[in-house]
Design a protein around this ligand. Structure first.
Ligand SMILES: [Zn+2]
Length: 468
């Protein structure tokens, strides 16, 4: 069983290409495991509590539940449009999640990992996090450019300091694998500098999960959110839930501290297993600029599906740069890339070769080896370790190589079937392997390709990717 999670997205806004990128990458990895015959539990979801959500709901003139219902539905719809096949979609407002989160907190209390204290300090509502003077630039939150609120309140605190050494050791020895490597170093150096205890509850936050022993306090949204990965496994029904621990948490680099430090520490304190790995992806810009509403460059994944089809959109989103790095999404070059890689690339190759096979009446006499083979294994090996871009690059190389082979041999200038049989045999086999390798990325089209290039009979069909 492979248990793969995406971040659960905060429902203060609709899904955009950033959410889509991370979720698609996880979908591709999950699909690769499924295609390799492994059992997979792939979790997606939404993070729905906290002041920021309550405020967004109020601004929209809605009750928080009604508001979150709508946004959660828009995430589900976007994932469906993109062909993302999660096994479960968790919402932190689910009754089961609330119950598990409360049981988790009770465990922490039982294990003496919590204490009550007065907190006086700074809180950024945008980040939903307590800030320290050293986090501020000109007295403001560096992300939100806003002065944090000064709060003085009674909170329940988690004794993070008691677990720091254990977490550090587990990261050092790769008991929790953090990749890319640079993020492992970053987390270790943060731990080296010391991380203060943090509060697991707040008073005066109505839209949240109440603490089971103190109903005036609601759970700190980050703690509530992190527990989703655990509650989704059905822990409330089975204390030794067979799905836990997660094999992979896919996260953005802005939330690494919560996943790599807070989360393992909370699990250790509650007496549960820790996740096996955390895969971190970078930030990206759109045509060299930061994505922002005011610039009007926020890309809606649904619009991409309308423009390029499900598979076209999937391909364009994940083929831009390697996972884990900061990169640029070249929206202005979407048409160009779609035409080059899909319409003129794999689409044209399939059409060209099947047309020649029909012309020389070789439909039934070519032999396709449908074994997985070295090429597909190599590509899927890349996908298994989140090297989506690297895998795609090698697939594109094989498409080009096959095109070049055809250009060199010029089967269209030949007259007899026996003179073209070898080259068409090789090309057809390459197309089959390319189609198979592409299954996790462009599932619908890849299935089409595999149906057309089968052992029994090769079939010419409609164009796969109409040109833009
Ligand atoms: Zn902030």
């Amino acid at each position: 069983m492979k248990y793969i999670t995406t971040p659960i997205y905060y429902v203060n806004d609709k899904p955009h290409i950033g959410h889509a990128y991370t979720t698609l990458v996880a979908d591709i990895v999950a699909r690769t495991h499924v295609l390799s015959g492994e059992e997979v539990f792939f979790l997606a979801g939404t993070d729905e509590h906290g002041t920021k959500i309550a405020q967004a709901a109020e601004k929209a003139g809605k009750q928080p539940q009604e508001f979150t219902d709508e946004i959660a539905a828009s995430f589900k719809e976007a994932w469906q449009n993109l062909g993302i096949e999660y096994n479960h979609f968790i919402r932190t407002t689910d009754t089961d999640h609330k119950k598990t989160a409360q049981a988790f907190l009770s465990k922490l209390k039982e294990n003496d990992a919590l204490y009550e204290d007065e907190y006086e300090g700074l809180y950024c509502n945008g980040c939903e996090t307590f800030l320290h003077e050293k986090d501020l630039i000109d007295g403001k939150c560096s992300d939100h450019k806003k002065e944090p609120e000064v709060v003085k309140e009674k909170n329940w605190f988690f004794k993070l300091s008691e677990y720091v050494e254990q977490v550090k050791e587990k990261i050092k020895t790769d008991e929790i694998i953090i990749r890319p490597e640079k993020f492992k170093k970053e987390v270790l150096s943060a731990l080296e500098q010391g991380v203060p205890d943090f509060s697991v509850s707040r008073p005066n936050v109505e839209w949240g999960i109440p603490l089971p022993w103190d109903s005036k306090q609601t759970m700190y949204v980050w703690v509530d959110a992190l527990i989703n990965y655990f509650s989704a496994t059905g822990w409330e029904n089975d204390l030794e839930g067979p799905k836990w621990p997660a094999d992979v948490h896919v996260v953005g680099k802005d939330i690494i501290k919560f996943h790599a430090i807070y989360w393992p520490a909370l699990l250790l304190a509650a007496g549960f297993d820790i996740p096996k790995s955390i895969l971190v992806n970078g930030f990206f810009t759109i045509d060299g600029q930061k994505m922002s509403k005011s610039l009007g460059n926020v890309i809606d994944p649904n619009e991409l599906v309308d423009a390029y089809g499900v598979d076209g959109a999937r391909y364009l989103i994940v083929s831009q740069f390697p996972f884990g790095q900061d990169g640029d999404i070249a929206q202005s070059k979407f048409d160009e890339k779609y035409n080059a890689d899909l319409a003129n690339g794999i689409g044209n190759l399939v059409q060209r070769v099947s047309t020649l096979i029909e012309k020389f009446e070789l439909e039934k006499s070519l032999e396709i080896n449908e074994e997985k083979g070295d090429f597909v294994s190599e590509i899927w090996q890349h996908f298994n370790v989140f090297e989506i871009f690297e895998g795609i690059t090698k697939i594109q190389k094989k498409i080009q190589d096959t095109d070049e082979l055809l250009a060199k041999e010029k089967p269209w200038e030949k007259e007899k079937a026996e003179d073209v049989k070898d080259i068409l045999q090789t090309s057809a086999q390459n197309i089959y392997e390319i189609g198979k390798a592409l299954q996790p990325i462009i599932p619908e089209t890849a299935t089409q390709i595999l149906k057309r290039f089968t052992k029994g009979e090769i079939i010419k069909g409609e164009g796969l990717f109409p040109r833009k």
